[in-house]
Design a binder for this molecule. Sequence first.
Ligand code: KG4
Ligand code: ZN
Length: 355
Amino acid sequence: MSISNPQPEIIPSSSDPYLILAIETSCDETSVAIVRNGREILSNVISSQIETHKQFGGVVPEIASRKHVESITLILEEAIREAGVSLEEIDAIAVTEGPGLIGALLVGVVAAKSLALALDIPLIGTHHIAGHIYANHLIGDIDYPALALVVSGGHTELVLLESEGKFRIIGRTRDDAVGEAYDKVARALQFPYPGGPYVDRLAQEATEEVVLPRSWLEPGSYDFSFSGLKSAVLAEINRSRMKGETPDFSALARGFQQSVIDVVTGKALKAAAEFGIRQMLLCGGVAANRGLRDKLEALCQEAGLPLLIPPNKLCTDNAAMIAAAADLKWRRGEFSSLDMRGEPVMSLEEWSVKS
Ligand code: KG4
Ligand code: ZN
């Protein structure tokens, strides 16, 4: 049965205060947020499943779905209570439509559709990466054209925003995402999942560095590749062990981190110059990396390029960022149909605003 959206003719007036309730369940965080006027966070409740998945060394999709089912109602109630609003005051429901784990996405999508239908308000299916990028709009104004360096557990992309809500991917990883490479290297260094923050800490503390290759790819390319670097770390560990030596984990962590940072910041700054960028945005879970933040800040300052980096809580998966991206569509009256499904693979460029 097809259910048409009853609300597309609602065109919001820009002067009225409005509340967006957003839901994020694309991976291993169940999160609900209530955001006023697209930028003011009234609540942003996040329930992480990391402790459950840790014992398996990574996210187990089936377990993630079941955990979302268990917690979604509680998190929803907590977000409403914390915001001090009633459900009747909500003007639109936003939800991560994709990309992500299909079973996990569906829990959020079904909850969002039920709310939109029951409250008779618009539904806004939102792209997860648009959420990571527009987390920056919760902390400052964005000056266009802007360039977003997206570094998360599932994505590594350079996204050009010629104007508000228009996304163009100019570079992406050809194999592992940065966070994925961090987590795999962390496992080789015997850290628990997700190991990115442990590698970061070890790299900061290191006094020595094993210099590892930089994967620049062909000249002019803004794509990335991290699987060779990850293999180089594993090869170094094996080489040491074959010689009967103990591998220097901290020197390896530093070498790995330096190689990643040099390449991602190098390509971001080169693209900024080529495309006449007025502002750089850093986002995604790996934006919490101290070394990366410091290097990008230094390079942007040197280039006279303003930089926005959200605080850590807004870098990792959360629903406030989904509300911030959904706001682009709310202000243009671009709503989703109640037929909406979760999309494990979803194009960011196609999700761009229409007007
Ligand atoms: O954006 P996110 O929360 O989830 C995805 O949408 O993928 O990113 C999680 C990723 C994990 O791979 C985690 O290890 C990594 O971000 N991460 C870090 C740091 N903090 C989180 N990687 C390196 N350094 C960090 N400080
Ligand atoms: Zn994410």
